[in-house]
Design a protein around this ligand. Structure first.
Ligand code: HEC
Ligand code: HEC
Length: 203
């Protein structure tokens, strides 16, 4: 009896926490055990970057992707091919490269308890080592509703790799829906509300 009560109150608490970070308990990608949901939901987003060298070296051409956005095996591949990095040469002196790889591996999605890292990992098969965050199944699922006019044809965005163009708090590791503002389209929550309204009217 006592145990049941504890379970119920833990459930209520975790539901409240999940709700706070913009997801409901019934969110279909919340599968997995109760414990992983509990721990996975304990910290929203991904861990922010705290390595200044990383911000400098890997944030000079694009948004400095947090280590928690990809598994260690992806970072190993990316850092081993910097001379041919998405059509650019991003090679670093060996010492710097090794230091940054070490930082990436210690903070990769595999070892993280942040919610988005856990979800990205859950969406990958054990052998998958994608070179892009924007090609992980979790990412593709979350961004399926966006149109080319919002992304590729939008001069202020250009590509899905440009996280901070839409996620205003991306640099802090936060990707909450409330903080999404698509240039020339506005707040995503408002877009969603309008669409829901349209659907209701049609029904
Ligand atoms: C000389 C410029 C340059 C530097 C320096 C650079 N990159 Fe990139 N990176 C690129 C380009 C170009 C792309 C492709 C962007 C696109 O498709 O819009 C890219 C894409 C990426 C992606 C995939 C983004 C996605 O779509 O999910 C990752 C991950 C990445 N870079 C990691 C790094 C890391 C780690 C470093 C530091 C070691 C680094 N980059 C330094 C130019 C650079
Ligand atoms: C063109 C704008 C745009 C770009 C660029 C973009 N996103 Fe998103 N992202 C969105 C929108 C809109 C959603 C919400 C989709 C929905 O309704 O579920 C979203 C959802 C997310 C979510 C889930 C948030 C949640 O609370 O469910 C994560 C995590 C995320 N994006 C990460 C990224 C990362 C990492 C990048 C860069 C590699 C990126 N996004 C690039 C628009 C963008």
């Amino acid at each position: 009896m006592k145990r049941k009560l504890l379970t119920v109150s833990l459930l209520a608490l975790s539901t409240a926490m999940l709700g706070m970070s913009g997801t409901t308990f019934a969110d279909e990608d919340n599968k997995g055990g109760f414990l992983s949901r509990w721990f996975g939901g304990s910290k929203p987003g991904v861990a922010p970057v705290e390595n200044l060298r990383y911000l400098e070296e890997c944030g000079s051409c694009h948004f400095p992707y947090q280590p928690g956005l990809l598994p260690a095996r992806s970072w190993t591949k990316i850092m081993a091919s910097l001379d041919n990095h998405f059509g650019e040469n991003a090679e670093l002196p060996a010492e710097d490269g090794n230091m940054l790889l070490d930082y990436l591996l210690k903070n990769s999605a595999d070892g993280s308890s942040y919610k988005r890292s856990v979800k990205i990992m859950k969406s990958l098969s054990p052998g998958d080592a994608p070179l892009r965050v924007s090609e992980t199944p979790y990412f593709l699922k979350k961004h399926g509703e966006l149109t080319p006019d919002m992304v590729q044809n939008n001069p202020k965005v250009g590509s899905f790799s440009n996280c901070s163009a839409c996620h205003t708090q991306a640099a802090k590791g936060s990707f909450s829906e409330k903080e999404i503002l698509i240039p020339n389209f506005g707040a995503w929550e408002e877009n969603e509300k309008e669409e829901r309204g349209d659907k209701d009217r049609k029904r």
